[in-house]
Design a protein around this ligand. Structure first.
Ligand code: PLP
Length: 501
């Protein structure tokens, strides 16, 4: 056993013999927890969007290589404060309205601490049974909260065979389901038909689909980006999908995979799932539903209708690390037929052979994902669900939507602005509207630059149908109505300046 593990005398002479001493860890961890709690307490003091310039860190750090001698935690935390914090864009600030949220919570952080504390690598059941079994439990709990069809759940019964897995990100979920769909199809039509397979999405589908297609070996000629229109609120039109499929079939292509989105990244458009799935089913297409952001709010009964039709899809995913109070990474993926995934992703070297796997009674999650090693993500999701309970989780999500609605109303009252697409969830897309589109885009770009340069709020933009829009996304755990009202006042003040120019 180590004797003196971490000694810091006044000469700063530290002697370490054991990098994991429980008592030392206890002392140090309290200090880090204090540091984080103070960070959250003071978070509003910082400019939301970091104002540093590229390369700032190398330029400001005096220490240019890894130290030969150990440093004490106090000194490390001083460096974090001095050098790292200025380069952080504060995603947990209540004035963060950019991208989509990455909502922290006490339970999420504590769950993360437990997960990292155990530090198990549960790639198969035997490597840490609780990691696998807790994951199977939480994906079922989440699926039940979302009222997913039983065919997606482990507890579905009747030999449904469905189930879920916690992957890192939606990019991984889409890639792994695309590979599963590809191999399932090629098994039927022959591997030499690979060059004929076609993947479908819309011009609003997240770039995850394109990346997945590229990684899985699909060329541009096998990737269809179907155009959406403002009149369809940028949702994928079933008629357009049908036409694209027909045209492909006539040319000898084989429709393979459709990624439908509930809550697109640009404007939160919702693809009409039920009709798209009907068309896909008629053409033997695997449908993956990407609800990375908006999926979480569908635990509220009044939002559940956005998922209608999911029962006809093959797979469904959402990011708990976006809007479910859980730190990254935590993408929940459910499948009706996980055997398709396992057939593509299962590799069984002799060094991983074990009795539990041979018994066929266990889930080995290494076969449900691309990587072998995996984090104990279920722990944080479980702690979040248990700490808050479904009623509170719904209440938190509804409060964000309510604040977005308030912002939408404020925008609507100022005739210089327009809300460009109907708001579905916690995202408001708005802009200063001028009759001339180029002028409108230039002015909105200028407005957004000024908002973010102020450091008082952070918003991001998107381009749809040639329009430059500002996205105001509410979902920060610490955001209150007063932050939303202040952000709007800031937008109005900066718009006044732009009008005076
Ligand atoms: N899909 C949608 C609709 C998204 O909004 C995002 C990210 O914002 C993603 C996919 C990508 O998620 P990830 O970073 O987990 O791959």
């Amino acid at each position: 056993m180590g004797s003196i593990h971490y000694e810091n005398n006044n000469n700063n002479n530290i002697h370490i013999t054991n990098p994991l001493d429980p008592e030392e860890f206890r002392n140090q961890a309290y200090k880090v927890v204090d540091f984080i709690a103070d960070y959250y307490k003071n978070i509003e003091q910082f400019p939301v969007l970091s104002q540093v310039h590229p390369g700032y860190l190398r330029k400001t750090l005096t220490q240019q290589s890894a130290p030969d001698d150990p440093e004490c935690l106090e000194s490390i935390l001083r460096d974090v404060d001095r050098f790292v914090v200025p380069g952080i864009s504060h995603w947990q600030s209540p004035n963060f309205f950019a991208y989509f949220p990455s909502s922290s919570s006490s339970a999420g952080l504590l769950g993360e601490m437990l997960s990292t504390g155990f530090n198990v690598v549960g790639f198969n059941w035997v490597s840490s049974p609780a990691a696998t079994e807790l994951e199977m439990l939480v994906v079922d709990w989440f699926g039940e909260m979302l009222k997913l069809p039983k065919s997606f759940l482990f507890s579905g019964g009747g030999g449904s065979g469905g189930g879920g897995v916690l992957q890192g990100t939606t990019c991984e979920a889409i890639l792994s389901t695309l590979v599963a769909a590809r191999d399932q199809k090629l098994k039927v039509i022959g591997r030499d038909m690979f060059s004929k397979l076609v993947v479908y999405g819309s011009d609003q589908t997240h770039m995850s689909l394109q990346k997945a297609a590229q990684v899985a070996g699909f060329g541009e000629e096998n990737f269809r980006v179907i155009k959406t229109t403002k009149s369809d609120s940028f949702g994928l039109s079933p008629t357009s999908l049908k036409m694209a499929i027909q045209s492909d079939i006539e040319k000898g292509f084989v429709p393979l995979y459709l990624c439908a989105t509930i809550g697109t990244t640009s404007t939160n458009a919702v693809d009409p799932l039920d009709s798209l799935c009907e068309i896909a089913q008629q053409n033997g297409i695997w449908v993956h539903v990407d609800a990375a952001y908006a999926g979480s709010v569908c635990i509220c009964p009044e939002f559940r209708h956005f998922l209608d039709g999911v029962e006809k899809a093959n797979s469904f995913s959402l990011n708990a690390h976006k809007w479910f109070f859980t730190a990254p990474d935590c993408c929940c993926l459910w499948l009706k037929d996980p055997s398709a995934l396992r057939n593509s992703l299962s590799v069984n070297p002799s060094y991983l052979k074990n009795k539990a796997t041979d018994s066929g009674e266990v889930v080995d999650y290494k076969d449900w994902q691309i990587t072998l090693s995996r984090r104990f993500r279920a722990m944080k999701l479980w702690v979040v669900m248990k700490s808050y309970g479904v009623a509170n989780l719904r209440m938190f999500l509804r409060s964000h939507v309510k604040m977005a609605k308030l912002f939408e109303e404020l925008v609507g009252r100022d005739e210089r602005f327009e809300v460009v697409v109907p708001r579905n969830f916690g995202l408001v897309c708005f802009r200063l509207s001028f009759s001339e589109i180029d002028k409108s885009n230039a002015m909105n770009l200028k407005l957004l630059e000024r908002i973010n340069k102020s450091g008082k709020a952070y918003m991001t933009h998107t381009m749809v149908a040639g329009m430059y829009l500002i996205r105001f996304s509410v979902g920060g755990t610490m955001t209150e109505e007063r932050h939303v009202v202040s952000a709007w006042k800031l937008v109005q003040e900066l718009a006044d300046e732009i009008y005076l120019m």
